[in-house]
Design a protein around this ligand. Structure first.
Ligand code: FAD
Length: 415
């Protein structure tokens, strides 16, 4: 094979200009103005995805969730509007979809997670019509609110795939908003709400399960675990689930619906899975504390595409980014990584209009609230945080690399 030399080179290259890539780019340039940083991302739009839940619930405008990529990325960074199609970490090079070869001294890999809509038979054909909606895409999220507004009673179904998924609370949040909306419209009595979860638990941290079960119970949302959506027949308005018994035998269950909110199956992006950077599950294989690649010392990864064993959220990125930045700069100066990520992540669980329970935790599911408030209680204050404080914090602080380090502490257990 002939070796192609890089026809462009930047000292630091960041794959992906989403929450993780844009934050790291900004923070690197705040810490080291003049550093040669390039961000590779084909998308000209940057989305604040955490607000999609509120858009689907009709309480936030889609227009406020996105900005032009060129306005989000730091001015001093070079934006290469292209997709990475291949990695050559032995030679510190990437291939772009326009044929260019891009060389680097250090690489940050942050292309997010793949939404695998095709895993469910018939979903692609019916998504966005026949009452089939999803908050997981800016193309389909406004249809969720249309479905809610037009719902006049009947069966509303909500699905969650087995892990992995980003913001594992989002599939539930829209179920609770729907129940609350129907109650306010006086339509709750003639509606059945069911939440089908392909995984075996309502939430990954056991301590949050009982309070969430109480929320579901209050709203009359029936929870069915280990039920995986495998097919949607949009014309007949039927969802088909597969469930396994103790012996591993599969059973199919047909469920008619009037409204179906689908959370798609998710997995590592193909370009990562097929590369030398991947672990056996397809994620970028990094050290869980330093975010440095386990085989290539000049490669770092954070966010949804990384192997960091925590819940995939923008809140996790907020705590991962300063660690990545510090360790990457140390690497460029020939020093060992000295910053450590503790697995912090956070999921504001919207439980009704005006109510949020905030799940903050670190590795091993240790609950670590930022504020001295009961994390298992729904709160109006956290709704204000979710709807009004976090979006400007995201755009004006996190994406500008200016975020103060806000401490979180393990919850003191009542003795
Ligand atoms: P992304 O922000 O998705 O960015 C990935 C970027 O990589 C994109 O810009 C993409 O164009 C680019 N890219 C992809 N492929 C390539 C390629 N081949 N080459 C170059 N670039 C590429 N998080 C919270 O903290 N709180 C919440 O309440 C919350 N709620 C959510 C609700 C919903 C409905 C959804 C969908 C997400 C929610 N999240 C929430 C999750 C959060 O948005 C993600 O975890 C976060 O955006 C991950 O950041 P990332 O940079 O890894 O990926």
């Amino acid at each position: 094979m002939t070796q192609q030399s890089a026809n462009i080179h930047h000292r630091v290259v960041i794959m992906g200009g989403g929450s993780a890539g844009a934050t790291v780019a900004a923070s690197l340039l705040v810490k080291q103005p003049g550093l040669d940083v390039a961000v590779v991302d084909p998308s000209d739009t940057h989305y604040y995805q955490p607000a999609f839940t509120l858009v689907g619930g009709g309480t936030y405008e889609l227009g406020k969730t996105h900005r032009l990529q060129r306005d989000v990325l730091p001015e001093q960074a070079t934006w290469l509007q292209a997709a990475v199609t291949g990695f050559d970490p032995e030679n510190n090079r990437l291939t772009l979809d326009d044929g260019r070869i891009l060389g680097y001294e250090a690489l940050v890999v942050a292309p997010g997670i793949k939404l695998d809509w095709d895993r469910v038979k018939g979903l692609g054909e019916t998504l966005g019509k026949n009452g089939v909606c999803s908050n997981y895409s800016p193309q389909t999220v406004t249809y969720t609110w249309e479905c809610l507004k037009n719902f006049r009673g009947g069966n509303a179904i909500f699905t969650q795939p087995p892990p992995p998924l980003k913001c594992a609370g989002a599939p539930q949040k829209i179920a609770y908003l729907t129940a609350d909306h129907l109650r306010r419209q006086g339509l709750r009595e003639n509606s059945t709400l069911k939440f089908y979860n392909g995984g075996g638990a309502l939430f990954s941290v056991p301590e949050f399960v009982p309070p969430l079960e109480r929320v579901a119970h209050r709203h009359g949302v029936e929870i069915l675990l280990s039920h995986d959506l495998v097919e949607v027949d949009g014309e007949r308005k039927v969802a088909i689930f597969e469930t396994k018994n103790g012996e591993g035998e599969r059973t199919r269950l047909e469920q008619p619906f009037d409204m179906l909110h689908v959370t798609p199956h998710q997995c590592a992006p193909d370009v990562i899975r097929e590369s030398a950077l991947a672990d056996s599950a397809g994620w970028v294989e990094v050290d869980k504390a330093t975010t440095q690649h386990v085989r290539y010392a000049n490669v770092f990864s954070l966010g949804d595409a990384s192997s960091l064993p925590t819940s995939k959220t923008a809140a996790a990125v907020r705590k991962q980014a300063p660690v990545t930045v510090k360790n990457l700069l140390a690497h460029l100066e020939g020093r060992e990584p000295s910053a450590y990520y503790d697995g912090y992540t956070s999921c504001p669980l919207v439980t009704a209009y005006g109510k949020v329970m905030i799940a903050e935790f670190i590795y091993d599911g240790v609950v670590t609230p930022t504020l001295p408030l009961d994390p298992f209680k729904e709160s109006r204050f956290y709704w204000v945080v979710k709807k009004h404080l976090l979006p400007p914090f995201y755009w004006n602080k996190m994406l500008k690399g200016k975020e103060p380090d806000i401490a979180h502490k393990p919850l003191k257990k009542a003795s």
